[in-house]
Design a protein around this ligand. Structure first.
Ligand code: UTP
Length: 406
C-alpha cells in the first residue's frame, strides 16, 4: 500500500490523523506505518453505543451436573477421562495473552509471585495441579500456551528458566495471539508513537484462529487431538484436563462443556451459562435483567445458577467449523497510553476503547454445552486485582485453605 492509497482508505473511515506525522518519518518508519494501516480491517473497529450492550434473547437453563451429580458419577467419569487422556485425545490451551492491567505488574500475569515465604508463581500453581493429573493418568498431554506481543518474550524465557515446571518441553507449544488497534472515545484510532498505531491483544476469543494461523493445527491433526481444555492463567486453583470433567463431557454427548460455580447471590458479577434462543450462551452480569437473575426453582435454587470460571472443553471438530464464522468484536473502556500532538500521554482515567473477541462467543457456535459444577473453594481463586474482590489476597487465602504452602 502506498501513501495515496493509505490516505484514501483513511479518509473513507475518518482516520486521516494516522498519517499526520508521515513527513517527519524515516523511509523505514513510513513503510512500517503503511503496513500497519494496510493490516487493519477498519469496519471491525467502530464504536457503537454503550460498551458491551446487547439485546438478550429467550433464556432457559443449560444441561448441568451439580456437585452432587458429579460425586455420584465420579468413578465412572474419571475412568472415561483417564482413558481419553491415555489415548492422547485431549490437550490443554492456556490463555495467557492478556495485559493484566488491573493487577498492574510489568511481567506476564502467570509470573506473579503468590508465595510469601518462597517463590510460587501462578504458572507454578497451575503446573502443580497438572502434575496430579499426569501422575494419575501416567501420560503427559500437549499444552498450547497463548501469549501476545506484550508478554511473549518474557513468558517463554520464564518457562525456560523454570525448566518448563518439570513438564516435557516437547509437549509445550507457544503461539502468539493477534493484536487489535485501540481508539479514543470518539472512535479515532490512537497512536503509540509517530509511526506506530496503538494496539492491544485482541481478546481471548481469537485463540483457536491464532492457534491454527500459527501452524499448530498440524500438531492437533498429527496427534489425533479431539478435545481442547481451554483455561485462563489467572485462577490459581485451576484444574486442568481434569479426568472427571473430561469423562462427564464425553458421556454427555455435548460438543463443549464449562466448569461452573454456583452463584453466591443473584447479583454476583459473573457471566452465567444458560441457553439463549435454543443455543448455549454466556450472559454477562451487566446484560442479565435483575428479575431474571432472581428467578428461583421450586427447590429454592436460582434458576440461572451457574457462573463460568473460564475453564472450557471444546470439541475440535466443531471448532474447525467456527473458523468460517466471524465473532463479534466487543469494546471496553480502558486507560490507554498514547501520543497527542506528538507528546506522550499517560491517562489516569479511562480515555478510550480496546477491542476484543471473547471466548464466551464461541460457546454459542458449539450447539450444545454441559455445565459441570465445581466447588468454588477448591477450584476457583481468580487473581484479577491486587486487593479486594478476586485479588492476590483472596487467592492466597484460598491456596492456604487448600493446603498449599506459600
Ligand atoms: P481478563 O479478561 O481478566 O483480562 O483475562 P486480563 O488482560 O488478564 O486482565 P485486565 O482485564 O487487563 O486486568 C481473562 C483470561 O483471558 C486471557 C488472560 O490472560 C486471562 O487468562 N486473555 C485476555 C488473553 O489470553 N488474551 C487477551 O487478549 C485477553
Amino acid at each position: 500500500m502506498n501513501y495515496t492509497e493509505a490516505s484514501m482508505l483513511l479518509k473513507e473511515h475518518g482516520q486521516e490523523h494516522l498519517l499526520q506525522y508521515y513527513d517527519e518519518l524515516t523511509a523505514q518508519q513510513q513503510a512500517a506505518l503503511l503496513k500497519q494501516i494496510e493490516g487493519i480491517n477498519f469496519s471491525d473497529y467502530k464504536v457503537f453505543g454503550a460498551a458491551g450492550a446487547r439485546k438478550i434473547g429467550e433464556l432457559s437453563p443449560v444441561p448441568a451436573l451439580s456437585c452432587a451429580d458429579v460425586e455420584r458419577g465420579r468413578e465412572e467419569y474419571e475412568a472415561e477421562g483417564i482413558k481419553a487422556l491415555r489415548a492422547g485425545k485431549v490437550a490443554a490451551v492456556l490463555l495467557a495473552g492478556g495485559q493484566g492491567t488491573r493487577l498492574g505488574s510489568d511481567n506476564p500475569k502467570g509470573m506473579f509471585n503468590m508465595g510469601t515465604s518462597r517463590e510460587l508463581s501462578i504458572f507454578a500453581c497451575q503446573f502443580a495441579n497438572i502434575k496430579q493429573v499426569t501422575d494419575k493418568a501416567g501420560v503427559y498431554f500437549h499444552i498450547f500456551v497463548m501469549t501476545s506481543d506484550v508478554n511473549n518474550e518474557k513468558t517463554v524465557a520464564f518457562f525456560k528458566e523454570k525448566n518448563y515446571f518439570g513438564y516435557p518441553e516437547d509437549k509445550i507449544h507457544f503461539f502468539v495471539q493477534e493484536m487489535a488497534p485501540t481508539c479514543d472515545v470518539r472512535g479515532k484510532l490512537l497512536m503509540e508513537s509517530r509511526w506506530k498505531i496503538s494496539a492491544s491483544p485482541n481478546g481471548n476469543g481469537g485463540w483457536y484462529s491464532s492457534l491454527i494461523k500459527s501452524g499448530l493445527g498440524e500438531v492437533l491433526a498429527r496427534e489425533g487431538i479431539e478435545w481442547l481444555n481451554v483455561y485462563s492463567v489467572d485462577n490459581v486453583l485451576q484444574r486442568i484436563c481434569d479426568p472427571v470433567f473430561i469423562g462427564a463431557t464425553l458421556k454427555s454427548g455435548c460438543n463443549c462443556s464449562a466448569k461452573v460455580v454456583k452463584k453466591v447471590s443473584p447479583e454476583e458479577k459473573v457471566g452465567v451459562l444458560c441457553m439463549e434462543d435454543g443455543s448455549p450462551a454466556i450472559v454477562e452480569y451487566y446484560e442479565m435483567p435483575p428479575e431474571i437473575a432472581a428467578l428461583r426453582r421450586p427447590d429454592g435454587e436460582l434458576k440461572f445458577a451457574y457462573g463460568v470460571t473460564l475453564n472450557y472443553l471444546f470439541k475440535v471438530e466443531l471448532l474447525n467449523k467456527t473458523l468460517q464464522k466471524k465473532l463479534p468484536v466487543h469494546h471496553s473502556l480502558k486507560k490507554i497510553p498514547h501520543i497527542e500532538n506528538g507528546v506522550p500521554v499517560n491517562p489516569e482515567q479511562p480515555n478510550g476503547y480496546k477491542f476484543e473477541l471473547l471466548v464466551l462467543d464461541m460457546i454459542k457456535l458449539m450447539e450444545s454445552c454441559l455445565a459441570v459444577e465445581v466447588e468454588r473453594e477448591k477450584e476457583f481463586a481468580p487473581v484479577k486485582n491486587r486487593t479486594g474482590v478476586d485479588s492476590v489476597e483472596t487467592a492466597r487465602a484460598l491456596l492456604i485453605k487448600n493446603g498449599v504452602k506459600l
